[in-house]
Design a protein around this ligand. Structure first.
Ligand code: MSP
Length: 504
């Protein structure tokens, strides 16, 4: 059975989850669910990043010990992921003992391999990024380019990783693995950084103690980023279960935002090479979700939280919106009006109305019993094309394209009903056949859309009389035309997606 390992970034516990964090997590969740449909042995990891100065200061500001603060915020992330039906298989926290063991084993190996040395570091540091900057990187020579806040001067004795030695090995590796970073624009960005030449990087701190101790120099802790990246190895057994690790590594797919491209596409592969391991199979990098054209931030007072939108659009309505409306790769702007419009068109009209129409006609003209589809239905070929397109798009981590291909089948089925007008026909084989075709497309769509709409698709499945759930089905068999057996009672039920009035 093919293995599919997918991760989200582990989120900092200085903040509570907003729609930007949720965008990454929902995307990874939908892709994981697609791979489960394919029958892949799937492992989906998310979690929280709990060390570092930023978290330590956030805890102090709240009058809490760092771990107490991390416990609380980490729980907030879990609550939101549960609310959004995120089907993670493991939730890692970097304060767990299993992670310290793995980080120490990993970096000890890099040290033993001769890639780590001691030196003094002085530089301009942004605590929010947990990163050093040069003056040229800064806005007006003093503000962090991301947070637009003043940086601080930091000077300390550090352990350094010889990243400079990996410039050529990384270029060679990327040349041999042309699909490793997706989309291609992001790959070029990563290559651009590497081609400029890489300087060595500081990987430890002696000024703080909120971190994983450096095993060969206990006065130091690892810098939060080098602790954090290793979470992806910890969760599959690095340092504790070599057999398990060998099964899952390097077939990993990281889903990240563009803000952390450098860490994932440059530093992490280099660290892995330094530890004698393969870089990740794929890194999928998306743009920022903007609100009113701006990045969301606490200080900008423009954060939007998932629960507020779920209250209005439902969990599936929420998930569908971000997966369908924000193409994976470029930046996207969130708008409430856009969300209402998409909900009404795709969910209330195309999907909800189709089910309601079919169930009504079956109730009135077919005694409430759905028939099997016609093998030679004109919808059969369209369904096959939609499946092929959707499968290719999920494989390429392009949920918006996959869902558009799936919705094409709904649009074509609605057009087919308009053309055949079964509601005007007398009861008989013609109505039964047309309704059988429509029920079959609903069955197929319930499978194909289940990664985005797990609850609604299960409900459609039930209403058209099928046993079990769409998420238990296996592709490609479940997408093949002719699976709806007929002779099943169809339940009309209440509207799946009541229309939402657009704001004036
Ligand atoms: N802790 C590090 C990641 C370590 S991974 C080994 C971190 N955490 S974070 O909480 O700041 O999360 C950053 C990630 O959250 C982004 O890369 C992205 O996946 C997601 N997003 C946060 N805000 C976002 C938007 N406004 N838009 C889209 N995604 C965003 O960095």
């Amino acid at each position: 059975m093919p293995r599919f390992y997918i991760t989200t970034p582990i989120y900092y516990v200085n903040d509570v989850p907003h729609i930007g964090h949720a965008y990454t997590t929902v995307t990874a969740d939908a892709v994981a669910r697609w791979h489960r449909l394919l029958g892949d042995d799937t492992f989906f990891l998310t979690g929280t990043d709990e060390h570092g100065l930023k978290v330590q200061r956030a805890a102090e500001a709240n009058g809490l010990a760092p771990l107490e603060h991390a416990d609380r915020t980490s729980a907030r992330f879990r609550e939101v992921w549960d609310l959004l039906d995120i089907s993670y298989d493991d939730y890692i926290r970097t304060t767990e003992p299993r992670h310290a063991t793995s980080v120490q084993a990993f970096l000890q190996t890099v040290y033993d391999n001769g890639w780590i040395y001691k030196d003094t570091y002085a530089g301009l540091y942004c605590v929010s990024c947990e990163a050093y900057y040069t003056e040229d990187d800064l806005i007006d020579g003093e503000l962090c380019p991301i947070h637009k806040r003043p940086v601080e001067w930091l000077e300390e004795e550090n352990w350094f990783f010889k990243l400079s030695a990996f410039t050529q090995p990384l270029l060679d590796w990327y040349e041999a693995h042309p699909d490793a970073v997706q989309p291609v624009g992001k790959r070029n960005e990563a290559l651009g950084i590497i081609r400029q030449g890489l300087a060595d990087i500081s990987i430890s701190r002696s000024s703080i103690d909120w971190g994983v101790p450096v095993p060969w120099d206990p006065g130091h802790v690892f810098y939060v980023w080098y602790d954090a990246l290793i979470n992806y190895a910890t969760a599959v057994g690095y340092g504790s279960d070599p057999e398990r690790f060998a099964e899952w590594w390097p077939s990993v797919h990281h889903v990240i935002g563009k803000d952390i491209l450098r860490f994932h596409c440059v530093y992490w592969p280099a660290m892995l090479l330094a530890a004698g391991l393969e870089p990740p199979q794929q890194i999928n990098v998306h743009g920022f979700l903007l609100v009113g054209g701006e990045k969301m931030s606490k200080t900008g007072l423009n954060q939007i939280f998932p629960a507020d939108l779920v209250a209005e659009f439902g969990v599936d309505g929420y998930r569908y919106h971000f997966l369908r409306d924000t193409p994976f790769g470029p930046d996207g702007d969130f708008s409430y009006e856009g969300m209402v419009a998409r909900y009404n068109t795709d969910l209330a009209n195309n999907l909800g109305n189709l089910l309601a129409r079919v169930a009504t006609v079956v109730g009135k003209k077919c005694d409430g019993i759905g028939s099997a589809p016609r093998p030679d239905s004109p919808l059969a070929a369209i369904a096959a094309e939609c499946y092929t397109d959707a499968a290719a798009a999920w494989q390429a981590v392009q949920p918006s394209v996959a869902l558009d291909a799936t919705w094409r089948l709904l649009r074509e089925t609605n057009a087919y009903l308009e053309a055949n007008e079964p509601w005007k026909l007398d009861p008989g084989p013609e109505v039964d056949a047309v309704m059988g075709d429509a029920l079959e497309t609903l069955r197929i769509v319930a499978v194909l859309a289940t990664p985005a709409l797990p609850n609604v698709c299960a409900e459609i499945w039930r209403r058209i009389g099928l046993e079990g759930t769409p998420s238990e089905q296996r592709l490609p068999a479940a997408a093949a035309w002719g699976g709806y057996p007929g002779g099943l009672a169809v339940d009309k039920g209440a509207s799946l997606f009541p229309r939402i009035a657009p704001t004036s």
